[in-house]
Design a protein around this ligand. Structure first.
Ligand code: PMV
Length: 326
């Protein structure tokens, strides 16, 4: 078999990965902890083809060139080297959500590519090896490999991968995503990570992470939304504080971003328990209990500047499927 298809969900981090200890190997400056999002999926098919002159990559039906293609080709090269395969590949990938807008599309993209490409090349990698492989393409992708809630502690190359801390069934948390922009962001996270150390707040955030991480881990264990949410909001704001004070500064927020954050806070005062977090983009992830998701969706849908509201519970890990995109 030289063709395989994998499905992955993106993940949302409660404690963020921002800044690298090693840029080439994607080793993080700090540990991070996330939840996979069942409601959003990337499907990727890879086929290694004898006689094909170069790798061809389509994303959402479009043949891609430039940097987007290069990242995929570099990852295929890693897989080819591991498997001793020479052939070039045809790759097709589809997202059912807007990519490159802070909904963590690179996490599901590279988790799915890692599994599809390694299987198509004849490799059977265990979860740790697959997570490590995905990390080399995009750090956050290593957390989409295990199912449910995943911790990526850092460490050296060989043991820097994500592990499950709780399965998806452990806690029916919901991420209600307020989409305020579908535009591809101007500065991607690759460039953003490199800027982190130029912020006067980077070291302060890193010093605060161990305690926040311990709080989030304990909150997941105890299914304590208030403890999880408070720590999650603080770390998201700390990360955006680092971004905004980097040289050059990164300002991902739009006016509607702030409108959503304020609505989450005022809703909380009115008894709707929800907490926000954001990745490297203007869209806002609002975390709440399953029974409150309907009310939160209604509240966010009517806000000015909110284009769409997506809803997701905890998702499974990356998996193979028996259909193909071509
Ligand atoms: O995996 P990368 O290099 O795209 O970095 C993602 C970083 C954030 O999404 C902003 C935070 C995180 O931990 O997911």
């Amino acid at each position: 078999m030289n063709k395989a298809t994998a499905v992955a969900n993106p993940n949302i981090a409660f404690i963020k990965y921002w800044g690298k200890a090693d840029e080439a190997l994607n080793l993080p400056a700090n540990p991070s902890l996330s939840m996979n999002l069942a409601g959003l999926t990337t499907v990727t098919t890879v086929e290694f083809r004898p006689g094909q002159p170069s790798d061809a990559v389509t994303i959402d039906g479009q043949l891609v060139a430039g940097e987007a293609r290069e990242r995929v080709v570099t990852h295929l090269d890693r897989v080819r080297e591991m498997a001793g395969v020479e052939q070039r590949a045809w790759v097709a990938s589809r997202n059912d959500f807007p990519a490159g807008t802070g909904l963590a599309s690179s996490s599901s993209a590279f988790a799915a590519l890692s599994l599809a490409a390694s299987r198509a090349a004849g490799l059977t990698l265990d979860e740790a090896a697959l997570s490590r492989l995905a990390r080399l393409a995009s750090g956050s992708a290593c957390r989409s490999v295990p199912g449910g809630f995943a911790l990526w502690e850092g460490g050296a190359d060989g043991d820097s991968y994500a592990r499950q801390v709780a399965p998806p069934s452990h806690w029916a948390l919901v991420d209600v995503m307020a989409v305020v922009s579908r535009e591809h962001k101007g500065v991607g996270s690759q460039a953003g990570h490199a800027l982190a150390p130029t912020s006067l707040f980077h070291a302060a955030r890193l010093a605060a992470v161990p305690e926040l991480l311990a709080t989030v881990r304990a909150a997941i264990g105890a299914r304590d939304l208030a403890a999880l949410g408070q720590a999650t909001e603080i770390d998201a704001l700390a990360m955006h504080g680092v971004m905004m004070t980097s040289r050059s500064p990164l300002l991902y927020w739009l006016p509607a971003t702030l409108v959503v954050m304020q609505a989450v806070r005022s809703g909380r005062q009115g008894g709707l328990a929800a907490y926000f977090t954001l990745d490297a983009g203007p869209n806002v992830h609002c975390i709440c209990a399953a029974e409150d998701a309907g009310r939160l969706v209604e509240r966010l849908r009517n806000l000015p500047g909110v284009l769409d509201v997506l809803v997701s519970g905890p998702g499974a890990g990356v998996r193979l499927v028996d259909y193909h995109l071509f």
